[in-house]
Design a protein around this ligand. Structure first.
Ligand code: NAP
Length: 270
C-alpha cells in the first residue's frame, strides 16, 4: 500500500537533519507517512520536479543548497517569495498536481523571538546570503529599528537593506558592533569547516540577545563568547525545528506534537 511522503532535496544531502526531525514527528503522531532524503544534482532538478508532480503520494519537499533559487522557476509562487525573500525552501503539492513554493525560514527564524518586542530595536546581522534574506524579511515584519549588516562583501549587503525597506548601514566584518539589542549570525562563519566568527561583543548592552543560525556545531564560538559575557543566546536548532514545523504542517496537515522539543533536540545532538 502506498503511503504519503515528503522529502528533502539537495546536493549534497547526506548531512541534512530534516529526515530525523520529520521522522520523529511522524512517529510521535502515529501518522502513516514517510520523509526521505533525495540526492538531486542541479542538472536533474527540473526532471525531479516533473516526475514528483505526477505522484499523488508525494506531498512535497524541502529544498536546500544549491536549489533554493533555481526551484523558483519550476513552481507556482502565489506568496511572491521571489519578490521578497528571493529563495524557496519548501514545495507543496496540491491535490490537482500543482506545486506551490514557499519559504518557512523567515517564520522559523522568528519563532524564538516571538515574545520579544523588536519594534524600533537596533539589530546587527552578520551575513548577506540566503539565510540573511530570510532574517531581514522577518526583522522588517517585526518592525526592527536601525539594522547594521556586517558582511565580507558590504556592497551585497547594501542592496538588502533597500530590498527589505530597512533603515541602517552596512560594514565589513572588521567593523565594531553597534550597541544592538539583538545580534544575529546568518553567515557560514563558525560552521564546522569554516573560519570562526571573531567579533568583539563588548559594545552590546547587558540585555542583548545573541542568535546564531549555525547549528553545526551547536555551541559555536560566538555563542560561547556571548555566554561568557552573560548574554542570552539562541542556537540554530530553534530555527531549524521552527522552519521544519511549518513545512510539516503543509506536508502532513498536522502540527508537530507539543512538549517534545527537548527530546527532539537530544536526538539531533546525539
Ligand atoms: P549563503 O547563501 O552561501 O551565504 C553565506 C554567507 O556567509 C554570506 O554572507 C558570505 O559572505 C558569508 N561567508 C561565507 N564564507 C565566508 C568566509 N570565508 N568569510 C567571510 N564570510 C563568509 O549561505 P546561507 O544559506 O545564507 O547559510 C548561512 C548559514 O546559515 C549556514 O551556516 C547555514 O547552515 C545556516 N542556516 C541555518 C538555518 C537554520 O535553520 N538554523 C537555516 C538556513 C541557514 P559573502 O556575501 O561575502 O559571500
Amino acid at each position: 500500500m502506498s503511503v504519503p511522503f515528503a522529502e528533502v532535496i539537495g546536493d549534497p544531502i547526506a548531512q541534512s537533519k530534516s529526515p530525523l526531525i520529520h521522522g520523529f514527528w511522524l512517529k510521535a503522531l502515529g501518522i502513516e507517512g514517510d520523509y526521505r532524503r533525495a540526492h538531486v544534482k542541479p542538472d536533474d532538478l527540473s526532471a525531479y520536479i516533473a516526475e514528483r508532480r505526477s505522484d499523488p503520494d508525494w506531498r512535497g519537499c524541502n529544498v536546500t543548497i544549491p536549489h533554493k533559487i533555481a526551484v523558483m522557476d519550476l513552481v507556482d509562487d502565489p506568496g511572491d517569495i521571489r519578490g521578497t525573500i528571493g529563495a524557496m525552501n519548501t514545495v507543496v503539492r496540491q491535490p490537482d498536481g500543482s506545486l506551490i513554493g514557499t519559504n518557512t525560514d523567515a517564520a522559523g527564524f522568528y519563532v524564538p523571538l516571538a515574545d520579544l518586542d523588536l519594534e524600533g530595536a537596533p539589530v546587527a546581522v552578520v551575513g548577506a546570503g540566503g539565510a540573511a534574506r530570510a532574517v531581514l524579511f522577518a526583522l522588517a515584519r517585526a518592525g526592527a529599528g536601525h539594522v547594521t549588516i556586517l558582511n565580507r562583501s558590504p556592497l551585497k549587503a547594501m542592496g538588502l537593506l533597500a530590498t527589505f525597506g530597512l533603515k541602517g548601514e552596512v560594514a565589513g566584518l572588521d567593523a565594531a558592533l553597534p550597541p544592538a539589542a539583538l545580534l544575529v549570525n546568518s553567515s557560514s562563519l563558525g560552521m564546522t569547516g569554516q573560519p570562526p566568527l571573531d567579533l568583539d561583543l563588548s559594545p552590546l548592552p547587558e540585555d542583548a540577545i545573541v542568535y546564531d543560525l549555525v547549528y553545526s556545531p551547536l555551541q559555536t564560538g560566538l555563542l560561547k563568547a556571548a555566554e561568557a559575557r552573560g548574554l542570552d543566546t539562541i542556537d540554530g536548532l530553534d530555527m531549524l525545528i521552527g522552519q521544519a514545523a511549518l513545512a510539516f504542517e503543509l506536508f502532513f496537515g498536522r502540527s508537530p506534537p507539543e512538549g517534545r522539543d527537548e527530546e527532539l533536540r537530544a536526538l539531533l545532538t546525539a
